[in-house]
Design a protein around this ligand. Structure first.
Ligand code: HEM
Length: 121
């Protein structure tokens, strides 16, 4: 047996990742610090694309067909504090869902390199 399963499976598969995305969207909707960025966002598309993106990043059986991280975040001028804040929202969602720390860290490690494509664009 392998101690670390496929990350997508460890995150709870389709249901688990969908639920993470839903929790994040709920949290963003109530968040005074970053809600303004999303004020004009079409939630149905964001929900679908964020799911596909996480699924793809976590080596799940998905093809991400959304815009590139650079393209989508260009013009937003997201700073480090706001980036970290969204990561905190993700961590809270994973913790609420009972995802263990090693699994949380594995996803965060895969997302970390994207930071440079997202901030100060
Ligand atoms: C690891 C961090 C992040 C990832 C993986 C990520 C990923 C994504 C994805 C997959 C989309 C959908 C793309 C599409 O519609 O084609 C998206 C859209 C968006 N992201 Fe991010 N994002 C991250 C960080 C952030 C941060 C820190 C902010 C702002 C504080 C942000 C603001 C937005 C907004 C406002 C949209 C919607 C754009 C629109 O309305 O079309 N993102 N992001």
């Amino acid at each position: 047996t392998t101690p670390q399963k496929n990350l997508f499976i460890a995150l709870g598969g389709e249901q688990g990742v969908q639920s993470l995305v839903d929790k994040m969207i709920t949290a963003i909707g109530k968040d005074p610090k970053i809600f303004d960025y999303f004020a004009e966002t079409k939630v149905s598309r964001f929900r679908q694309k964020l799911y596909l993106h996480f699924c793809h990043v976590a080596d799940g059986p998905c093809t991400y067909d959304g815009d590139t991280m650079i393209d989508v975040h260009t013009g937003m001028n997201i700073n480090e504090a706001d980036f970290n804040h969204l990561v905190d929202i993700l961590v809270d969602a994973m913790t609420q869902q009972g995802i263990k720390n090693t699994t949380q860290n594995a996803l965060l490690k895969k997302l970390a390199p994207l930071r440079q494509d997202i901030i100060y664009r």
